[in-house]
Design a protein around this ligand. Structure first.
Ligand code: ATP
Ligand code: SF4
Ligand code: MG
Length: 361
């Protein structure tokens, strides 16, 4: 990155010592989130939207963030590129970005470096982004504006990159560049947004619910496009989705969020077939096609917690069939429950025992 025109300036201070609680052994980490706390100030009180999240994103890996509505997935994604609304505050923690042997403390970047960091290093396609394109500008003008804003305004080179990317997302590139957004279907607009997010060749892409507003066949096509993009461009991906089948198809690892905290994280196969947190188990039960043998498990009773007035102890205890008095008093941190697999639950072994007993039955 050093020496790149218009890129991030070298950091004044290289951060020493990694905090890598759940990095696969020997993996090359692009982004490290360390004990991140984010809250919103509201009339009702403080919404604790992200509580003590730590995770590492490795080079080229896809990490899915799953969890019910309101669990803090979007807030976490926005915090990584410091695009949280004015009512929000990053109360504590660190986000470390690594490239070419340098480490950058994202939460301390100045405004110009931050502008370069977004899009060029870490791009995000927002939730409900289908209307994000400017309706009065042709796609090419929007592509060119994006490149210009990041000092990449060589029209010929930008056009060539846009054509290549649009081809990769399986659109007719010339036609799309000449079109206004309203001339494109929802699926086409989502592909254009994916292509635009990759225009400046970021190392990290954050996709927030990329298929939610699309019909099933279009969703399928977007999944295929994402697979292809990852294979060709080898960026790291954070995939935010409440759709577990999307996570199963695209992610290498999965992290379950509940009440602003990560309560389970691990390899996608391991986590989906051998969940150890009762909440992940409950989520999986709602998607029987992911793991057919869990069809008969109980659903999650009750509602997600109010993040202003949270329950004591483990935030899941009012809904958890395994809860006991200890769960009401103490909240556990993530602890290893398998190879590269961690969960925050006092009774994960009981979950394991019951699942294994079912499998053996
Ligand atoms: N601008 C805001 N002001 C106040 N509270 C907010 C704001 N945005 C989000 N919240 C609250 O923060 C919490 C986390 O919200 P967030 O949008 O991050 O969750 P999410 O997991 O992305 O949910 P969804 O699946 O519905 O997109 C929720 O309780 C939400 O109500
Ligand atoms: S710690 Fe207790 S309440 Fe929380 S998920 Fe585990 S068993 Fe349930
Ligand atoms: Mg969201």
């Amino acid at each position: 990155m050093e020496g790149h025109k218009g890129g991030l300036r070298p950091p004044n201070q290289v951060i020493k010592g990694g905090f890598a609680p759940l990095t696969p052994r020997g993996a090359d980490t692009t982004l490290s989130v360390q004990d991140l706390w984010v809250e919103y100030r509201t009339r009702r009180g403080t919404v604790k939207a992200v509580r003590g999240v730590s995770l590492d994103l490795c080079r080229g890996e896809a990490l899915a963030l799953i969890g019910e509505s309101g669990s803090g997935k979007t807030t976490l994604g926005l915090s990584l590129i410091r695009l949280i609304p004015r009512s929000a505050r990053i109360r504590a923690g660190r986000v470390i970005y690594r490239r070419d042997g340098q480490e950058y403390d994202v939460l301390s970047l100045g405004s110009e470096d931050l502008r370069q960091f977004r899009w060029k290093e870490c791009a995000m396609v927002f939730q409900s982004a289908l209307n994000a394109l400017n309706p009065v500008l042709k796609v090419w003008d929007q592509v060119y504006d994006t490149a210009s804003a990041h000092r990449q305004a060589y029209a010929h080179r930008t056009r060539q990159r846009a054509l290549d990317l649009l081809r990769l997302v399986q659109l007719d590139p010339e036609r799309v560049l000449r079109s206004y957004p309203h001339e494109l279907s929802g699926g086409m607009r989502q592909r254009v947004l994916l292509a635009m997010s990759l225009l400046l060749d970021p190392q990290v892409l954050i996709l927030d619910e990329p298929t939610t507003a699309l019909d099933v066949l279009t969703q399928r096509a977007i999944i295929d496009v994402l697979r292809r993009l990852r294979k060709e461009l080898e960026f790291s991906l954070i995939l935010i989705s409440h759709d577990l089948s999307l996570a199963a198809e695209l992610a290498d690892r999965v992290a379950t969020m509940y009440a602003g905290a990560i309560v389970e994280i691990g390899d996608v196969y391991e986590t989906f077939y051998r969940p150890r947190h009762p909440y992940t188990l409950g989520l999986l039960r709602a998607v029987p096609t992911v793991t057919g043998q869990m069809r008969d498990l109980a659903s999650i009773p009750g509602c997600p917690p109010d993040l202003v007035n949270m329950p004591s102890g483990c935030k899941f205890h009012p809904r958890c069939p395994y809860a006991d008095s200890r769960c009401q008093e103490e909240e556990l941190e993530l602890a290893q429950v398998g190879r590269g697999h961690a969960a925050a639950c006092f009774h994960w072994q009981q979950v394991q025992y019951e699942l294994e007993a079912r499998e053996g039955a």
